[in-house]
Structures are given as C-alpha cells and as structure tokens.
Write a protein of this length. Sequence first.
Length: 183
Amino acid sequence: MLLAAQSGAQWACTNLWVDHAPTVVAFLRARGSHEPEDLTSEVFLAVFDGLDRFHGDAAAFRTFVFTIAYRRLVDELRRRSKRGHDVEWSVELDERRSPSAEQAAIQQMSDASTRAVLDQLPPDQRDVMVLRIIGDLTVDQVAEVLGKRQGAVKALQRRALESLRKKFARGRTPGAASVDSRE
C-alpha cells in the first residue's frame, strides 16, 4: 500500500488515512490539542507531501506519521502558550446542537478523567505513555519520535507507571481487596 501511495494512487492514500488517522486524533486529543481533527489533517498533508522521501516498512511509516504528529502538536502548544487562552466557537461545543446532556457529560467525564490522570505526570513521561498506549508505538518508535535513546524511553515509562501505581494505591480504601488480589 505504501508503494501505491508513493506512486500517487488515491485509494492507497485514503487507506493510509483510514488506518492511521483515528489513532493520531486520539493521541492529539489525549495530549490536549484544541482541534485534534484539524491538526490530524495538517499531519496527513505533511505525511503525503513527504511520501516521496519516505523509505521503510509499515512500522517505519507509523513512526514517520507520529513524528510529524508530535512535532505539529508541539508547534500548536507553543503557539497557544504565546497567545494565551482564547475561547472559540465550535459546533461540537455548541449546546444547541448537543444530542443529549447525559451523553455530553459522560464523554466529557471520560475525556477529563483520562486527561487528569495523564496531566499528573511530568510532560516527558506523559508523552511516552500517550505514544505507547494511544499511539500503540514500540519503545524504539517512541524513542525516534521524541528524539531520545531507547533506554531513556524505558526509564520514563517505568517512572510513569510507578507514579500512577502510587497515585491509584493512595486512592483505594485501606483493607479493600482489589480486583486482581488473590485473597
């Protein structure tokens, strides 16, 4: 499929978009992009623009896509920090078009709780966890995306997991058996 896309076959580009865009959107959303769908479009414009220079297999392509996504996200976060916080109208947030208050609340709680857990981690640990879990990248791929050594990525992941374990352990009721306890 990559060779067909590199030759300009529209169907192959569409398939690459369908295969990879949902994961890129999820990654960008988890990392706090205000417009993850728009940013994903920008990512794939850059991906398709760079296809003629790409050499590698499917795993290398996934790394290529997430490297561009990560860099675009960093650019967005930098722009936002320089401009300050602004509130823009969006169709998704327009309460007049919401399907139901219950559905909106459930989605917001889910997104907010996930983001709250991730936001407790230092940025470098958060990047590693989001790329590993949501991006479904290997340690080597994450290292390449972030420009770090494989050992550094493993250490960041280990520290993030340990930090999350401690935070969740503090939240459990003393004496209560966990789901995975063998008692």
